[in-house]
Ligand binder design. Structure first.
Ligand code: UT7
Length: 328
């Protein structure tokens, strides 16, 4: 077995901003309610001619540049998304073409908001086993395409964006590496966050469109309870499985969804606020893109330094949840 490390990260958000004030014009809500209940102030929305692969491409280019690699060095591209350009072929294939990564295989990974954490686990397994040397993992979403902007329960939460990480074989003796992964799912909670229309169960029809079944629907308060519980369990599990204490963690990068979820977890475990990275106020919930976007920004802002112990934590539709523990 080889060791695997994160060699570079990248991030991209589309230009257009949708503020809470803008949403006040669209649904019965207020800037004050959204900030108080979620911490979100604004989110970015893709232009009409931008799709998920376009956002993913920009994040991928920036991660490759940081890793000092070119597209031809890539052996695999894993795109974690719930909003691929098309259901067939995989969105990752469009990214592979746009990037000119002619030596890479490409496939999508569907684990909703936990997609990037799942992707890092799969990608690092390919590197550690020696199957591949360089794997690009991207989390990218154009959630604005599946949000009903007349539904105040969901439209205030979500935004578009992309984040990426290049995984490479670590040199022997290198301290920087991925240490542990933990993935879980519970399909009995499938109905809590769902886009029911368009799949094999309810193929697209006039009736599914009229019933708004191609939009994302969510049972917010049940998901809130699941998110709070799973985030706490993930941090506690990482500590227990790795024989470390909470003070050993330098930074926790959680799925960016709601600052009240983070506050509730912080109250329950003894983790100081400065050890959590949050950027949800600027981007809202970008599903699979949220953890890699936050990871990239945290590193850019100097919140992560070489040798730091960083925990990536995510949870979402499926239900799915998981973590990656990284020595930076
Ligand atoms: O990425 C996947 C993971 N997703 C999540 O983790 C989402 C987790 N859930 C949440 O973040 C929260 O549940 C929400 C932000 C979605 C909702 O906040 P809440 O505090 O759980 O509100 P609620 O659903 O319990 O609703 C409280 C009230 C209701 O009014 P009544 O019935 O008490 O009169 C809602 O109709 O707030 C109302 N409400 C709103 N009011 C103003 C719901 N959405 C809005 C809104 N503006 N946008």
């Amino acid at each position: 077995m080889y060791e695997c490390r994160i060699a570079g990260t990248g991030r991209y958000v589309p230009e257009r901003i949708l503020s809470n004030k803008d949403l006040e014009e669209m649904v019965d809500t207020s800037d004050e309610w959204i900030i108080q209940r979620t911490g979100i102030r604004e989110r970015h929305i893709a232009a009409e001619d931008e799709s998920t692969s376009d956002l993913a491409l920009q994040a991928a280019r920036s991660a490759l540049e940081q890793a000092g690699l070119g597209p031809l060095d890539l052996d695999a591209i894993i795109l974690a998304t719930l909003t691929p350009d098309t259901y067939c072929p995989a969105g990752a294939c469009y990214v592979q073409k746009l990037l000119g990564a002619e030596n890479a295989c490409a496939f999508d990974l569907s684990a909703a908001c936990t997609g990037f954490v799942y992707g890092i686990t799969v990608g690092s397994s390919l590197v550690r086993s020696g199957v591949h040397s360089n794997v690009l993992v991207i989390g990218a979403e154009t959630l604005s395409r599946v949000i009903d902007y007349s539904d105040r329960n969901t439209c205030i939460l979500f935004g578009d964006g992309a984040g990426a990480a290049v995984l490479s074989r670590a040199e022997e003796g290198s301290e920087s590496r991925l240490l542990d992964h933990y993935l879980r799912s519970d399909g009995s909670g499938a109905d809590l966050i769902i886009m029911p229309g368009g799949g094999s169960k309810q193929p697209a029809s006039v009736a599914t469109v009229e019933a708004k079944q191609h939009f994302l629907s969510m049972q917010g308060s049940d998901v809130f309870k699941f998110a709070t519980r799973s985030m706490q369990v993930l941090i506690e599990t990482a500590i227990e499985r790795n024989g470390i204490s909470i003070s050993d963690l330098d930074l926790v990068v959680p799925h960016q969804v709601n600052s009240r979820i983070i506050d509730t977890v912080l109250r329950k475990i003894d983790l100081p606020e400065e050890k959590i990275y949050l950027n949800l106020q600027r981007y809202g919930n970008t599903s699979a893109a949220s953890v890699p976007m936050a990871l990239h920004e945290a590193a850019e802002e100097g919140r992560i330094e070489p040798g730091n112990l960083v925990l990536l934590v995510a949870f979402g539709a499926g239900l799915t949840w998981g973590y990656n523990l990284v020595r930076w």
